[in-house]
Design a protein around this ligand. Structure first.
Ligand SMILES: [Zn+2]
Length: 368
């Protein structure tokens, strides 16, 4: 098997299910490889057993680097049975199976292999900034920590290798996560007339959100914002009137709809009886599709389709603003519909194509 497939299988075999994450061993292993290739590697601890990694290939001058970025954590395996063990890295035809093959250890492997190959060439005018983050799946926690710590260098462009089936995308949605809470009055379950039921109050709010739409024009690449009630909890026991209930609301935003707008719109819709508490807010990221670097990326990836947008958020929501807003492309070998799926898999051919394409993109940026 090829280098990029071998490395993807190795990364998939190292469990980094978040929570808890456990990214430190993978960060150390990838760090060893990149250091051996000649990059300047810094591992940034992110809590017990957790770490992100920043690896720098310097250029000859002070031209800004190309940032290649991915995340090291995965979502849990889920409750359904897998036909292929999620850590085994089994192959069948063109498919490599396992948790993280598409989202996004395949993309990370393509970045690492491409960076190693560029480092083996003569030093270019510009360099590379490889940023591999812990804690993306829980809200870009690792990327935000890197940005806040001020440990990122300068980058003039950002490539995020999240799953797009190697399609070139120039926009991703933002996110606003909120908790919606209702309060009631507890009473014995045989005397609901003496209490006030927080679960029923929250149920009305949840139903009210079923047909809710934000008053904002759809974005040409991202479409309309979405709202999903992801969790609901309440009640201490079956024979009491519950005095507390909470729902987790996941809103995916577009340019023109800020998280403050989301909060205000939901407050208007749900009224004073529902307390709304913001949990996470990340902006959408968009790049002008006519940016010359986007054309370079499309040429290197052999991607004739017009650049698209993706509905999920990425670490670019934290990294791109920290770099001062350079052009940002989302392009990686995984299949977007395989992300978080049972029996997650990735195309072997697209892994190879991504490693080759990223190498070409990096060579062109660095001038080698
Ligand atoms: Zn991902």
């Amino acid at each position: 098997m090829s280098e990029v497939v071998d490395l993807t299988r190795e990364l998939v075999g190292a469990r980094t299910v978040n929570p808890p994450g456990d990214e430190a061993p993978v960060a150390a292993r990838v760090g060893q490889r990149l250091e051996a290739a000649g990059l300047d590697v810094r591992v940034h601890p992110f809590g017990p057993g957790r770490a992100s990694l920043v690896a720098r290939l310097p250029g000859r001058g002070d031209a800004p680097a190309l940032c290649l970025t991915g995340h090291l954590d995965t979502v849990p395996f889920g409750d359904a049975a897998w036909a292929h063990h999620p850590l085994a890295g089994e192959t069948d035809g063109d498919r490599l199976f396992g948790r993280g093959t598409s989202d996004m250890k395949g993309g990370v492997a393509a970045i690492v292999v491409a960076a190693e190959r560029v480092a083996a060439l003569s030093r270019g005018a510009a360099g590379l900034e490889v940023v591999l983050c812990a804690g993306e799946e829980t809200g870009c926690d690792g990327a935000r920590a890197l940005a806040e710590a001020g440990v990122l260098g300068r980058a003039g462009a950002v490539l995020v290798a999240e799953p797009t089936a190697n399609r070139v995308c120039v926009a991703h949605k933002g996110v606003a996560w909120l908790d919606a809470r209702t309060s009631g009055r507890s009473a014995h379950g045989s005397r609901p007339d003496l209490g006030s039921n927080a679960i029923q109050a929250l149920a009305h709010a949840v139903v009210a959100l079923e047909s809710f739409a934000f008053d904002v024009p759809a974005h040409p690449l991202l479409g309309a914002p979405t709202l999903n009630v992801g969790t609901i909890a309440g009640g201490a026991n079956i024979n009491s009137v519950p005095d507390r209930a909470v729902a987790g609301i996941d809103v995916r935003t577009i340019p023109g709809l800020t998280s403050d707008d989301v909060l205000a719109a939901l407050r208007r819709r749900l009224g004073a009886g529902v307390a709304l508490e913001p949990r996470l807010s990340l902006p959408p990221v968009t790049t002008d599709a006519s940016d010359p670097w986007v054309a370079d990326v499309r040429a290197a990836m052999d991607a004739p389709d017009a650049p698209g947008g993706v509905a999920y958020f990425t670490d670019a929501a934290a990294l791109t603003p920290a770099f001062g807003g350079p052009p940002t492309v989302i392009c990686g070998p995984g299949d977007p519909e395989q992300a978080h799926a049972t029996d997650e898999s990735c195309s072997l051919a697209r892994l190879e194509a991504a490693a080759e394409g990223f190498f070409a993109i990096a060579r062109r940026w660095c001038g080698v």
